[in-house]
Design a protein around this ligand. Structure first.
Ligand code: HPA
Length: 245
């Protein structure tokens, strides 16, 4: 199996990145990634990590340079990319504190550079995106989450909104009618760019709140309450994955 990279956003510090991880400052034809790629060895395998919003968390979802991030990870020779995204739960069974390994997505973002094929017709490729996540990688995560007895859902449709504001209740109703089960702000164009680079990309979504209008407590109170619990589960999944890798 090739080298693995992890891209994570809010709460990434729970992932126990070793202090000895080496920072690689990458530059790409698409500009600067969100921060350095951190690299360390785990049981003889190289692991790469990138903080999607920067190590200081200052890059908002609509300003993330997704192209530079994915390009830098590809340049660092990752083959597998595990994306960790915090989300709100729309489906009634996507409860705060749980993980979801989505199998589908709907993209509601706009104005984000979303392709590497930007005007050079000799290399233009219309990627197939029927299944937006790598199915074999997803199945490995599902098996592992089951073995670790994590609280998780093995499928779900991931709505990706523009942010940085949260949604209105009417917007969430619309997403529900569209068949979406969870909502976050950072799943796209990351997944499509990963596919353009032929990376094996899967998402582990961490439900940290009920989506707007579907719960009865304030969204930020819930995020405070459930982020640690959710990230603790991600941390166990990532450690298990690296052990099995
Ligand atoms: N909506 C969008 N993005 C999110 C949410 C949400 O409710 N929770 C965490 N990220």
């Amino acid at each position: 199996m090739g080298r693995i990279a992890i891209i994570a956003g809010t709460g990434f510090r729970a992932l126990n990145i070793p202090d000895a991880a080496q920072p690689i400052e990458a530059s790409t034809p698409f500009g600067q990634p969100s921060g350095p790629i951190l690299r360390w060895m785990n049981l003889g395998h190289e692991v790469l990590f990138l903080a999607r919003h920067g190590l200081d968390g200052s890059v908002p979802p609509h300003k993330v340079n997704y192209r530079a991030n994915l390009w830098a990870i590809h340049q660092a020779q990752a083959q597998y990319v595990l994306a960790v995204n915090t989300v709100g739960g729309i489906a009634s069974d996507a409860e705060p504190g749980m993980l979801v390994i989505p199998d589908q997505l709907v993209d509601y973002t706009w104005g984000r550079p979303q392709t590497f094929f930007d005007g050079d017709k000799d290399t233009l490729t219309h990627i197939e995106f029927t299944l937006p996540y790598c199915e074999s990688f997803r199945q490995r995560l599902i098996k592992l989450a089951g073995d670790l007895k994590l609280q998780f859902l093995a499928s779900g449709t991931h709505a990706v909104t523009q942010g940085p504001r949260l949604e209105t209740a009417a917007e969430i109703n619309r997403l529900k009618r569209d068949g979406c089960d969870l909502v976050g702000m950072t799943g796209m164009p990351e997944a499509a760019l990963a596919r353009e680079l032929e990376l094996s990309y899967a998402c582990c979504a961490v439900v940290v709140n009920r989506a707007a209008g579907t719960g009865d407590v304030g969204i930020y109170a819930e995020i405070d309450q459930y982020l640690d619990q959710g990230m603790d589960q991600v941390s166990r999944l990532v450690s298990g994955f690296l052990e099995a890798f």
